[in-house]
Design a protein around this ligand. Structure first.
Ligand code: NAP
Length: 230
């Protein structure tokens, strides 16, 4: 049997939901591969990548393994957000079950630079405890990470979300900023200043997309409570 040339078109599943996954899909489609990107379905109106798209969970690692085999994928690439841990674990298990090779392309984390005033924490609880009394706090966190801060009713929260919450948030004092982060640090700095923010809380997600707020905080010499991933 003749070996397949390395650049022969392949059927590739990308576990996506990130800007990097979109760029990857575009590149692989241009290279002639048959690409399907899988999205969890958390965002109401996602920017769709090139190639085919499927939306929704697989039903755990077994479901993902069945999907990979049934659809005849040659390989799978995990390009999910670095804090989306469960799907990455599922991908490892599904690759083992199905025998479909897995490649991980997770972003490297941001490194603290001169001028950064980061306090690194390992858990959300530690992040909530790290805030001083009566702080005005910008929460650059997904919806599922907010609840732990509700108990800090001495603080005022400015919360950025891509989509409006389905039910009102339980915070005593908060404002919502709807939309995606800006790429321009000046705009991020203006936003922080306009809301009188004294502390930024975010996750060390890495990548360029959310880095403008880090640059803004550095410019403003603003303390950042940085949730690190393990
Ligand atoms: P998670 O906790 O790791 O996954 C929870 C469950 O959601 C998984 O078990 C899986 O359900 C489903 N799922 C997650 N990603 C999926 C995907 N790409 N395609 C199909 N099903 C998926 O994930 P998460 O933190 O909620 O993130 C969900 C998605 O949003 C990811 O694709 C991620 O790249 C993107 N995202 C996440 C963040 C974040 O902060 N976590 C930020 C930006 C983008 P089943 O077990 O049923 O298969």
């Amino acid at each position: 049997m003749r070996a397949e040339p390395e650049d022969a078109p392949q059927k590739i599943l990308i576990l996506g939901g990130t800007a990097e996954a979109r760029l990857l899909a575009e590149r692989l489609v241009v290279e002639g591969h048959l690409v399907t990107t899988s999205l969890a379905g958390r965002t109401v109106d996602p920017i769709l990548p090139a190639g085919a798209v499927r939306i929704g969970g697989f039903g755990g690692p077994e479901g993902l393994a069945v999907y990979l085999k049934t659809e005849g994928f040659d390989r799978m690439i995990d390009a999910t957000h670095p804090f989306a841990r469960r799907i990455s674990e599922n991908a490892i298990k599904a690759a083992a079950i199905s025998g479909v090779p897995l490649e991980q392309r997770l972003r490297p984390r941001w490194q603290k630079q001169p001028g950064d005033r980061w306090r690194s924490v390992a858990t959300l609880e530690a992040a909530a405890e790290a805030l001083p009394l009566h702080a005005t706090v910008f929460l650059a966190l997904g919806r599922q990470y907010l609840d732990v801060f509700v108990g800090r009713d001495d603080c005022r929260f400015v919360i950025r979300m891509v989509d409006p919450p389905e039910t009102p948030l339980a915070f005593a004092d908060y404002s919502l900023v709807l939309g995606k982060p800006a790429n321009d640090p000046d705009r991020e700095a203006d936003l922080l200043t306009a809301h009188g923010v004294t502390h930024l809380v975010c996750r060390n997600s890495g990548g360029p997309a959310g880095y403008a707020k880090i640059l803004a905080a550095r410019r403003l010499a603003m303390p950042v409570v940085m949730l690190e991933r393990d």
